[in-house]
Design a binder for this molecule. Structure first.
Ligand code: UDP
Ligand code: MG
Length: 326
Protein backbone atom coordinates (compact mmCIF):
# COMPACT_ATOMS: atom_id res chain seq x y z
CA UNK A 1 0.00 0.00 0.00
CA UNK A 2 1.46 3.33 -1.04
CA UNK A 3 1.89 6.21 1.38
CA UNK A 4 -0.22 9.21 0.37
CA UNK A 5 1.03 12.79 0.35
CA UNK A 6 -1.09 15.87 -0.38
CA UNK A 7 0.78 19.07 -1.18
CA UNK A 8 -1.35 22.14 -0.42
CA UNK A 9 -0.34 25.14 -2.54
CA UNK A 10 -2.01 28.55 -1.96
CA UNK A 11 -1.89 30.54 -5.19
CA UNK A 12 -2.76 34.15 -5.85
CA UNK A 13 -1.96 35.55 -9.29
CA UNK A 14 0.66 32.87 -9.92
CA UNK A 15 -0.03 32.22 -13.61
CA UNK A 16 3.71 32.46 -14.31
CA UNK A 17 4.79 29.98 -11.67
CA UNK A 18 2.26 27.13 -11.35
CA UNK A 19 3.54 25.16 -14.37
CA UNK A 20 7.14 25.47 -13.19
CA UNK A 21 6.05 24.35 -9.72
CA UNK A 22 4.20 21.29 -10.97
CA UNK A 23 7.09 20.24 -13.23
CA UNK A 24 9.60 20.57 -10.39
CA UNK A 25 7.47 18.61 -7.89
CA UNK A 26 6.97 15.86 -10.49
CA UNK A 27 10.72 15.74 -11.16
CA UNK A 28 11.57 15.46 -7.46
CA UNK A 29 8.83 13.00 -6.51
CA UNK A 30 8.99 10.61 -9.48
CA UNK A 31 11.87 8.50 -8.01
CA UNK A 32 9.62 7.90 -4.97
CA UNK A 33 6.49 7.15 -6.99
CA UNK A 34 6.65 3.40 -6.26
CA UNK A 35 6.00 4.03 -2.57
CA UNK A 36 4.52 7.54 -2.28
CA UNK A 37 1.39 8.69 -4.09
CA UNK A 38 1.66 12.46 -4.39
CA UNK A 39 -1.30 14.74 -4.98
CA UNK A 40 -1.13 18.49 -5.48
CA UNK A 41 -3.99 20.60 -4.21
CA UNK A 42 -3.87 24.18 -5.49
CA UNK A 43 -5.97 26.69 -3.57
CA UNK A 44 -6.73 29.63 -5.83
CA UNK A 45 -7.10 32.59 -3.51
CA UNK A 46 -9.30 34.66 -5.84
CA UNK A 47 -6.64 35.28 -8.51
CA UNK A 48 -7.39 37.99 -11.05
CA UNK A 49 -5.03 36.60 -13.69
CA UNK A 50 -5.08 33.27 -15.57
CA UNK A 51 -4.14 31.15 -12.54
CA UNK A 52 -7.62 29.62 -12.11
CA UNK A 53 -7.87 28.65 -15.79
CA UNK A 54 -4.38 27.11 -15.74
CA UNK A 55 -4.89 24.98 -12.62
CA UNK A 56 -8.37 23.94 -13.75
CA UNK A 57 -6.93 22.73 -17.09
CA UNK A 58 -4.04 21.08 -15.25
CA UNK A 59 -6.48 19.17 -13.01
CA UNK A 60 -8.42 17.91 -16.04
CA UNK A 61 -5.29 16.55 -17.68
CA UNK A 62 -3.47 15.25 -14.59
CA UNK A 63 -4.99 12.78 -12.16
CA UNK A 64 -2.68 14.01 -9.40
CA UNK A 65 -3.79 17.67 -9.48
CA UNK A 66 -6.84 19.07 -7.74
CA UNK A 67 -7.89 22.59 -6.93
CA UNK A 68 -10.18 24.79 -4.87
CA UNK A 69 -11.08 28.25 -6.01
CA UNK A 70 -12.25 31.04 -3.67
CA UNK A 71 -14.95 33.56 -4.52
CA UNK A 72 -12.43 36.38 -3.82
CA UNK A 73 -9.03 36.99 -2.26
CA UNK A 74 -9.26 35.83 1.37
CA UNK A 75 -5.51 35.76 2.06
CA UNK A 76 -2.88 33.04 2.33
CA UNK A 77 -3.93 32.01 5.85
CA UNK A 78 -7.46 31.19 4.67
CA UNK A 79 -6.07 29.40 1.60
CA UNK A 80 -3.85 27.21 3.76
CA UNK A 81 -6.74 26.37 6.07
CA UNK A 82 -9.00 25.42 3.15
CA UNK A 83 -6.24 23.26 1.69
CA UNK A 84 -5.59 21.49 4.99
CA UNK A 85 -9.33 20.87 5.45
CA UNK A 86 -9.65 19.27 2.02
CA UNK A 87 -6.34 17.37 2.00
CA UNK A 88 -6.80 13.64 2.38
CA UNK A 89 -3.21 12.36 2.41
CA UNK A 90 -1.62 10.60 5.39
CA UNK A 91 1.11 13.20 4.99
CA UNK A 92 0.28 16.80 4.16
CA UNK A 93 2.77 19.44 3.04
CA UNK A 94 2.15 23.18 2.64
CA UNK A 95 4.21 24.96 -0.03
CA UNK A 96 4.35 28.28 -1.91
CA UNK A 97 3.99 28.10 -5.67
CA UNK A 98 6.99 30.29 -6.51
CA UNK A 99 9.63 27.59 -5.77
CA UNK A 100 10.96 29.62 -2.83
CA UNK A 101 10.09 26.47 -0.86
CA UNK A 102 12.42 24.00 -2.57
CA UNK A 103 10.57 20.80 -3.59
CA UNK A 104 13.97 19.05 -3.43
CA UNK A 105 13.50 18.96 0.37
CA UNK A 106 10.35 16.80 0.14
CA UNK A 107 12.12 13.39 0.03
CA UNK A 108 14.23 14.32 3.10
CA UNK A 109 11.07 15.42 4.92
CA UNK A 110 9.38 12.08 4.18
CA UNK A 111 12.53 10.25 5.33
CA UNK A 112 12.61 12.10 8.65
CA UNK A 113 8.95 11.29 9.30
CA UNK A 114 9.21 7.64 8.25
CA UNK A 115 12.64 6.72 9.58
CA UNK A 116 13.21 9.10 12.46
CA UNK A 117 9.67 9.18 13.82
CA UNK A 118 9.05 12.93 13.54
CA UNK A 119 5.47 14.20 13.31
CA UNK A 120 6.32 17.50 11.61
CA UNK A 121 9.26 18.57 9.50
CA UNK A 122 9.49 22.37 9.35
CA UNK A 123 11.76 24.62 7.32
CA UNK A 124 13.64 27.78 8.11
CA UNK A 125 15.55 30.21 5.91
CA UNK A 126 19.14 30.67 7.06
CA UNK A 127 19.66 33.78 4.94
CA UNK A 128 17.50 36.43 3.36
CA UNK A 129 19.69 37.38 0.45
CA UNK A 130 17.68 38.44 -2.64
CA UNK A 131 15.25 40.25 -0.34
CA UNK A 132 15.14 44.04 0.13
CA UNK A 133 17.31 45.12 3.11
CA UNK A 134 14.45 47.14 4.61
CA UNK A 135 12.16 44.10 4.59
CA UNK A 136 14.90 42.00 6.23
CA UNK A 137 15.40 44.70 8.89
CA UNK A 138 11.69 44.91 9.77
CA UNK A 139 11.38 41.11 9.73
CA UNK A 140 14.28 40.75 12.18
CA UNK A 141 12.76 43.43 14.47
CA UNK A 142 9.43 41.60 14.33
CA UNK A 143 10.90 38.21 15.27
CA UNK A 144 12.98 39.83 18.03
CA UNK A 145 9.81 41.36 19.47
CA UNK A 146 7.75 38.16 19.12
CA UNK A 147 10.36 36.06 20.87
CA UNK A 148 10.06 38.42 23.86
CA UNK A 149 6.30 38.83 24.05
CA UNK A 150 4.88 35.46 22.96
CA UNK A 151 4.99 32.28 25.00
CA UNK A 152 4.64 30.24 21.80
CA UNK A 153 8.04 30.05 20.08
CA UNK A 154 7.98 31.80 16.68
CA UNK A 155 11.28 30.97 14.99
CA UNK A 156 13.07 33.66 12.94
CA UNK A 157 13.04 32.67 9.28
CA UNK A 158 10.45 29.90 9.82
CA UNK A 159 8.45 29.21 6.67
CA UNK A 160 4.91 27.94 6.31
CA UNK A 161 6.60 25.19 4.24
CA UNK A 162 6.33 22.02 6.30
CA UNK A 163 5.22 18.41 6.14
CA UNK A 164 2.83 17.04 8.74
CA UNK A 165 1.40 13.68 9.67
CA UNK A 166 -2.38 13.30 9.83
CA UNK A 167 -2.68 13.78 13.65
CA UNK A 168 -0.87 17.13 13.35
CA UNK A 169 -3.20 18.27 10.55
CA UNK A 170 -6.22 17.27 12.65
CA UNK A 171 -4.79 19.17 15.64
CA UNK A 172 -4.28 22.33 13.56
CA UNK A 173 -7.79 22.03 12.12
CA UNK A 174 -9.29 21.57 15.59
CA UNK A 175 -8.24 25.13 16.48
CA UNK A 176 -11.40 26.95 15.54
CA UNK A 177 -10.21 30.54 15.87
CA UNK A 178 -11.09 33.15 13.29
CA UNK A 179 -7.86 35.15 13.54
CA UNK A 180 -5.43 32.58 12.23
CA UNK A 181 -1.68 33.01 12.36
CA UNK A 182 -0.57 29.63 11.05
CA UNK A 183 3.11 29.89 12.02
CA UNK A 184 1.96 30.33 15.62
CA UNK A 185 -0.73 27.63 15.41
CA UNK A 186 1.72 25.09 13.94
CA UNK A 187 4.09 25.84 16.80
CA UNK A 188 1.34 25.85 19.43
CA UNK A 189 0.06 22.32 18.63
CA UNK A 190 3.50 20.91 19.45
CA UNK A 191 4.32 17.31 18.40
CA UNK A 192 7.82 16.04 17.59
CA UNK A 193 9.34 18.62 15.24
CA UNK A 194 12.40 18.51 13.07
CA UNK A 195 13.86 21.56 11.30
CA UNK A 196 15.60 21.90 7.96
CA UNK A 197 17.50 25.15 7.31
CA UNK A 198 18.22 26.32 3.77
CA UNK A 199 19.53 29.38 1.93
CA UNK A 200 16.93 31.75 0.56
CA UNK A 201 15.90 31.04 -3.01
CA UNK A 202 14.65 33.84 -5.29
CA UNK A 203 11.15 33.65 -6.78
CA UNK A 204 10.94 31.50 -9.91
CA UNK A 205 8.88 34.21 -11.67
CA UNK A 206 6.45 37.02 -10.88
CA UNK A 207 6.51 39.25 -7.82
CA UNK A 208 5.88 38.87 -4.11
CA UNK A 209 2.21 39.24 -3.20
CA UNK A 210 3.06 40.68 0.20
CA UNK A 211 3.41 44.46 0.19
CA UNK A 212 4.83 46.27 3.25
CA UNK A 213 1.27 47.19 4.21
CA UNK A 214 0.10 43.55 4.04
CA UNK A 215 3.16 42.46 6.05
CA UNK A 216 2.46 45.11 8.69
CA UNK A 217 -1.13 43.88 9.17
CA UNK A 218 0.12 40.27 9.19
CA UNK A 219 2.63 41.16 11.94
CA UNK A 220 0.04 43.15 13.95
CA UNK A 221 -2.49 40.29 13.69
CA UNK A 222 0.05 37.77 14.89
CA UNK A 223 0.93 39.92 17.92
CA UNK A 224 -2.76 40.24 18.83
CA UNK A 225 -3.30 36.48 18.29
CA UNK A 226 -0.32 35.23 20.25
CA UNK A 227 0.41 37.79 22.94
CA UNK A 228 -1.37 39.91 25.51
CA UNK A 229 1.86 41.76 26.30
CA UNK A 230 0.70 45.07 24.70
CA UNK A 231 -2.18 45.29 27.23
CA UNK A 232 0.11 44.50 30.16
CA UNK A 233 2.73 46.91 28.77
CA UNK A 234 0.18 49.74 28.61
CA UNK A 235 -1.00 49.01 32.15
CA UNK A 236 2.63 49.16 33.36
CA UNK A 237 3.14 52.45 31.50
CA UNK A 238 0.01 53.81 33.18
CA UNK A 239 1.36 52.74 36.56
CA UNK A 240 4.70 54.41 35.85
CA UNK A 241 2.93 57.66 34.92
CA UNK A 242 0.91 57.52 38.15
CA UNK A 243 4.10 57.13 40.19
CA UNK A 244 5.74 60.06 38.38
CA UNK A 245 2.59 62.15 38.99
CA UNK A 246 2.62 61.33 42.73
CA UNK A 247 6.26 62.39 43.01
CA UNK A 248 5.54 65.62 41.09
CA UNK A 249 2.53 66.40 43.30
CA UNK A 250 4.70 66.00 46.39
CA UNK A 251 7.40 68.26 44.90
CA UNK A 252 4.83 70.96 43.98
CA UNK A 253 3.20 70.89 47.43
CA UNK A 254 6.58 71.21 49.17
CA UNK A 255 7.68 74.00 46.76
CA UNK A 256 4.42 75.94 47.34
CA UNK A 257 4.69 75.62 51.12
CA UNK A 258 8.36 76.62 51.18
CA UNK A 259 8.51 79.27 48.37
CA UNK A 260 4.86 80.38 48.13
CA UNK A 261 2.36 79.99 45.23
CA UNK A 262 3.64 80.47 41.70
CA UNK A 263 1.82 80.29 38.36
CA UNK A 264 5.03 79.46 36.48
CA UNK A 265 5.26 76.18 34.69
CA UNK A 266 2.04 76.03 32.67
CA UNK A 267 3.90 75.13 29.40
CA UNK A 268 5.36 72.04 31.06
CA UNK A 269 1.88 71.29 32.41
CA UNK A 270 0.43 71.46 28.91
CA UNK A 271 3.13 69.04 27.68
CA UNK A 272 2.37 66.62 30.50
CA UNK A 273 -1.39 66.74 29.79
CA UNK A 274 -0.69 66.05 26.12
CA UNK A 275 1.67 63.19 26.91
CA UNK A 276 -0.67 61.53 29.40
CA UNK A 277 -3.72 61.85 27.18
CA UNK A 278 -1.65 60.44 24.30
CA UNK A 279 -0.72 57.42 26.39
CA UNK A 280 -4.36 57.00 27.45
CA UNK A 281 -5.53 57.05 23.84
CA UNK A 282 -2.84 54.55 22.91
CA UNK A 283 -4.07 52.31 25.75
CA UNK A 284 -7.67 52.58 24.56
CA UNK A 285 -6.49 51.83 21.02
CA UNK A 286 -4.68 48.67 22.14
CA UNK A 287 -7.66 47.44 24.16
CA UNK A 288 -9.84 48.30 21.13
CA UNK A 289 -7.59 46.23 18.85
CA UNK A 290 -8.11 43.17 21.06
CA UNK A 291 -11.81 43.91 21.31
CA UNK A 292 -12.11 44.09 17.53
CA UNK A 293 -10.58 40.61 17.35
CA UNK A 294 -13.14 39.32 19.85
CA UNK A 295 -15.86 41.03 17.78
CA UNK A 296 -14.70 39.22 14.63
CA UNK A 297 -14.56 35.90 16.52
CA UNK A 298 -18.15 36.27 17.74
CA UNK A 299 -19.48 36.88 14.22
CA UNK A 300 -18.45 33.35 13.22
CA UNK A 301 -18.19 34.28 9.57
CA UNK A 302 -16.64 31.62 7.35
CA UNK A 303 -12.95 32.21 6.72
CA UNK A 304 -13.36 31.58 3.01
CA UNK A 305 -15.98 30.78 0.40
CA UNK A 306 -15.25 28.10 -2.16
CA UNK A 307 -16.73 28.95 -5.53
CA UNK A 308 -15.50 25.96 -7.44
CA UNK A 309 -13.49 22.84 -6.76
CA UNK A 310 -12.08 19.66 -8.15
CA UNK A 311 -10.54 17.72 -5.30
CA UNK A 312 -8.98 14.34 -5.80
CA UNK A 313 -8.51 11.74 -3.11
CA UNK A 314 -6.00 8.88 -3.03
CA UNK A 315 -8.37 6.66 -4.99
CA UNK A 316 -8.32 8.61 -8.25
CA UNK A 317 -11.76 10.05 -8.73
CA UNK A 318 -13.19 13.29 -10.00
CA UNK A 319 -15.42 15.24 -7.71
CA UNK A 320 -16.41 18.49 -9.31
CA UNK A 321 -18.79 20.68 -7.36
CA UNK A 322 -19.62 24.16 -8.44
CA UNK A 323 -20.69 27.12 -6.33
CA UNK A 324 -20.47 25.30 -3.05
CA UNK A 325 -20.61 27.74 -0.15
CA UNK A 326 -18.90 26.87 3.14
N1 UDP B 1 -0.64 33.96 -1.60
C1 UDP B 1 -2.00 33.70 -1.44
N2 UDP B 1 -2.84 34.73 -1.10
C2 UDP B 1 -2.39 36.01 -0.94
C3 UDP B 1 -1.00 36.25 -1.08
C4 UDP B 1 -0.15 35.21 -1.40
O1 UDP B 1 -2.44 32.56 -1.60
O2 UDP B 1 -3.20 36.89 -0.65
C5 UDP B 1 0.26 32.85 -1.98
C6 UDP B 1 1.18 33.13 -3.16
O3 UDP B 1 0.55 32.85 -4.40
C7 UDP B 1 2.37 32.21 -2.89
C8 UDP B 1 2.42 32.20 -1.37
O4 UDP B 1 1.14 32.63 -0.90
O5 UDP B 1 2.15 30.89 -3.38
C9 UDP B 1 3.52 33.12 -0.83
O6 UDP B 1 3.36 34.42 -1.39
P1 UDP B 1 4.61 35.28 -1.87
O7 UDP B 1 5.61 34.43 -2.57
O8 UDP B 1 4.08 36.44 -2.65
O9 UDP B 1 5.18 35.78 -0.48
P2 UDP B 1 6.72 36.00 -0.05
O10 UDP B 1 7.47 34.76 -0.47
O11 UDP B 1 7.18 37.21 -0.77
O12 UDP B 1 6.66 36.18 1.43
MG1 MG C 1 7.49 33.83 -2.25
Amino acid sequence: MKQTLTIVVPVYNEAETVDLFYAEVKRVMSPLSSRVQTRILFVDDGSEDETKAIISKMSEVNEDVGYLSFSRNFGKEAAMLAGLSEATGELVAVMDADLQDPPSLLPEMIRRIDDEGYDVVCTRRKTRNCEPLLRTFFTNCYYGLMSRISKTPIINGARDFRMMTRPVVEAVLSLGEYNRFSKGLFSWVGFKQSWIAYDNVPRSAGESKFSYKKLFYYAADSVLSFSTAPILGTAMLGLLFCLIAFVMIAVIIIKTVVFGDSTNGWPSLACIVLLVSGVQMMGIGIVGAYLSKVYMETKKRPLYIIKEKNVKTEQPQKNVQKNRVF
